[in-house]
Write a protein that binds this ligand. Structure first.
Ligand code: C2E
Ligand code: CA
Ligand code: CA
Length: 761
């Protein structure tokens, strides 16, 4: 053997060994199962390699012997690692449980056998052959060595089978990953077999081992199946919603995805035609160099289609233009969806009219767009719609609302805007002139408004409140508030359907705002104060008084309660007035008690008070604060208090009674006057108002009623008090009927406290 070849071979093996070590280290660092398997295999290839190097370089037999030991044992270890690697590489990484244990046992036994027999000299002998003047130690195998080889070949054969199975099972795109390694293994196997059986000195197949180790490293950790990538990428592009075209630098179309072919009606064979079709559809375009994008609308009405087109030049590595990509997206569906969403958010789903917010916005625009036209805001409301809904059904309610929406939409033009404000209320904004011209017709239609439902006609009462817009900068919502205010003035007489927000209403609103603003100060400075109206007994002696509020306003002068109480009843401020009045009454009672004066004071309690405060605690607190006898502070409540939360209210009255207050039922005869209720009501005094009873004019009838009420109240053990007594005749008649207490102008009008004290004591 040539010395140079020997040296160069050694150099190659050494280099391969170094490369394998580097690969092994890198593989370990991946911290993957496959990485570990690769590292083990690459390291396991080293012993046979080293063994071989020793054999080649051995000048004395012992060295060659050691080299053969290392080689043989190294082969078993290498095969073990190969089995381990094959198991991971071919049978999947995740499945650790499927270890080929049999193989390991076989190889382990083989290794042990080799070790024992080699040491005892039963495995093989060495013979020196002279090659080119140098001794080379060749192996003469015995039985055990042959057995060792058989086992190794068997294992190797199994590995080959595993690779064949894996490559057959896998997709064509992945196959090269197996076939390349398989090919190399077979080649190396044959190569080494040649050396083993020809007994040629120097086993060159070791180079194949090393190369195999490097290939394993590459295929396991770095190889990317490009054909698979190609396939996946083109699959993605084909399935994209966008149409795509690739143009080369000349502007010629060379490829299009599925959508692109569909859009242009071409196929890949006639792809050059795609450009002609693109020009037909979108016009002449430049498909090289510059990037651009645009939005296009094609067709009209139902066939309207929206596209976004984007053109992107593609550069090669050196930044030269290599071609371009054209992406066309059909955005029609998205646009329609957006349109639908806008429609849904601006239109009421039931009636299809504008929603309130959108209506207000449109009105704002209308006012700006058309500054010269006088407009009216019209508030439309169905009377007792809740009852309609309850009696019939919500289906009928819906049908009714749709019918009204339909009626509103008739005779509207581009200057009118209208929508559904909420529930059963609608809003219309239209030129005043137009509305007034149509008013007679509208009233006629309203008087007979009916909805066909379930084969029958149902009449609906619809009211319109109109605000003729004279202040254009106020909020649209305020315009409709005013129209609504007008609507609320329509009485229930079924002859009037339209009401205007006029000067009277405006003044009323202004008045309400003004006195509401003044209230706090009026209370603090005693502008609001109690006037006392005497309450007399049968002998005409003053037994007590009712405290009635008066407002001595610094600007408006003396104000009777009718001027402010209803306003505060409506906006809830009445509670402030009442609490003030109760306190004043308590102060006076305390004063009287101090001066040893007899007499009670009745105070009024608005039904609203029960909503806003704990009336009992409030009044009890006052009585305790001023240290007065509760019997002196009489509580006047009206029947309306009982209209809501009856049980709860009863309990409150019981507490008043239990605490020693006297509870009076005010204005009996004015409201619902449920005698039934009276039986259960914890009241001490019934205040019968003459004015309600005599308003009919039939004095005889009034007398009969009063007589019966008094008798009834006596039976129920309730004392009766008649108020509104204006004449001596009334007084004596009521006395005869059994009435105990009297209040009225016949005795005295309400008067300031000082006057009352002179009058009574
Ligand atoms: P009311 O509680 O029924 O008070 C009796 C009203 O009848 C008083 O009117 C009184 O001046 C009037 N009156 C008394 N005798 C006669 C009579 O012989 N002939 C006629 N025509 N009228 C008579 P006023 O003071 O104007 O009070 C009106 C209503 O205002 C009261 O009716 C009461 O409901 C309410 N009110 C007055 N002050 C207060 C208050 O402090 N709080 C609350 N919540 N309401 C009050
Ligand atoms: Ca009263
Ligand atoms: Ca009264």
């Amino acid at each position: 053997m040539d010395l140079d070849i020997r040296i160069s071979f050694s150099v190659i093996l050494t280099l391969l060994a170094i490369a394998l070590i580097i690969c092994a280290v890198k593989s370990f660092k991946t911290h993957k199962k496959i990485g570990t398997a690769v590292a083990l295999l690459d390291l396991a290839i080293l012993p046979p390699l080293i063994g071989n190097l020793m054999i080649i370089g051995a000048s004395i037999e012992v060295r060659a012997l050691i080299g053969y030991y290392i080689f043989n044992i190294g082969m078993d270890i290498a095969l073990m690692s190969l089995i381990n690697f094959t198991n991971v590489y071919c049978r999947g990484i995740g499945d650790g449980s499927r270890q080929p244990t049999v193989m390991y046992i076989l190889l382990g036994a083989n290794l042990l056998q080799e070790l024992i027999n080699s040491l005892s000299g039963r495995a093989f002998d060495l013979e020196a052959v002279a090659v080119q003047g140098r001794d080379y130690f060749r192996l003469i195998p015995h039985f055990w060595q042959q057995l060792h080889r058989i086992v190794d070949y068997f294992v190797f054969f199994c590995v080959i089978i595993m690779f064949i199975i894996a490559s057959a099972r896998t997709s064509k795109l992945f196959r090269e990953k197996y076939t390349v390694l398989l090919g190399v293994m077979l080649f190396v196997g044959v190569w080494q077999t040649f050396y083993v059986f020809s007994r040629t000195p120097v086993d060159r197949s070791m180079i194949g081992y090393g190369v195999f180790g490097l290939l394993v490293f590459y295929f396991s950790l770095f190889h990317r199946p490009m054909r698979l990538l190609d396939r996946i990428l083109s699959g993605i592009v084909s399935n994209m919603k966008e149409a795509m075209f690739v143009h080369e630098t000349t502007g010629r179309c060379i490829w299009a995805n599925e959508q692109g072919l569909k859009l242009t009606g071409t196929d890949l064979k006639n792809i050059e035609k795609a450009n002609e079709r693109l020009t037909e559809i979108f016009g002449q375009k430049e498909y090289i160099k510059e990037g651009w994008s645009e939005e296009r609308v094609l067709g009209r009405g139902e066939n309207e289609k929206y596209y976004t087109i984007e053109h992107r030049p593609i550069n090669d590595d050196r930044k030269n233009i290599a071609g371009s990509l054209l992406i066309i997206r059909d955005t029609t569906e998205e646009r329609l969806e957006i349109k639908r969403e806008i429609y849904n958010s601006t239109h009421d789903s039931l009636t299809g009219l504008y929603t309130r917010q959108y209506l207000y916005k449109c009105i704002d625009n209308r006012l700006k767009l058309d500054p010269d036209t006088e407009y009216s805001a019209i508030f439309i409301d169905v009377k007792d719609f809740k009852i309609v809904n309850d009696i019939f059904s919500t289906d009928f309610g819906d049908a009714a609302l749709k019918a009204i929406a339909g009626w509103i939409a008739e005779d509207m033009n581009e200057k009118c805007v209208y929508g559904r404000l909420a529930g059963d209320t609608f809003g219309v904004f239209m030129p005043s002139e137009q509305f007034n011209a149509d008013k007679a017709r509208i009233e006629r239609e309203l008087s007979g408004f009916a909805v066909n439902y379930g084969g029958a006609q149902h009449h609906l009462v619809i009211h319109l409140g109109v605000y003729e817009v004279d202040e254009r900068d106020i909020d649209v919502s305020v315009m409709f508030d005013r129209a609504h205010l007008a609507l609320r003035t329509i009485s229930d007489d079924y002859s009037n359907y339209i009401a205007y927000y006029d000067k009277k209403l405006r003044d009323k609103v202004l008045w309400e705002q003004r006195i509401t603003a003044d209230l706090r100060e009026a209370i603090d400075t005693m502008q609001i104060r109690p006037y006392l109206q005497p309450i007399a007994d049968r002998e005409g002696k003053v037994a007590g008084a009712e405290a009635l509020a008066r407002w001595i306003h610094p600007e408006h002068g003396f104000m009777p309660p009718a001027m402010f109480i209803p306003v505060f009843e409506k906006n809830g401020m009445i509670t402030e007035v009442d609490k003030h009045m109760w306190r004043c009454a308590c102060k006076i009672l305390k004063d009287w008690a101090d001066k040893g004066k007899e007499g009670f004071i009745s105070v009024n309690i608005s039904p609203k008070d029960f909503y806003f405060i704990d009336v009992f605690s409030e009044i009890k607190g006052l009585v305790e604060e001023y240290g007065i006898d509760p019997v002196k502070l009489r509580i006047e409540i009206t029947e309306t208090v009982m209209m809501n939360d009856q049980d709860e209210r009863m309990k409150i009255l019981e507490r008043f009674k239990a605490h020693g207050f006297i509870v009076e039922m005010d204005d009996f005869g004015s409201g619902y006057s449920s005698l039934n209720l009276l039986k259960e009501m914890p009241v001490d005094v019934l205040k019968i108002d003459m004015r309600f009873l005599s308003s009919s004019g039939d004095m005889e009838r009034a007398k009969t009623i009063v007589k019966n009420i008094i008798r009834l109240s006596e039976e129920l053990n309730i004392e009766s008090l008649t108020e509104g007594v204006e004449t001596q005749k009334q007084y004596s008649a009521l006395s005869e009927m059994g009435c105990r207490l009297f209040q009225g102008y016949y005795f005295a009008k309400p008067m300031p406290r000082e006057e009352f004290e002179k009058f009574a004591f």
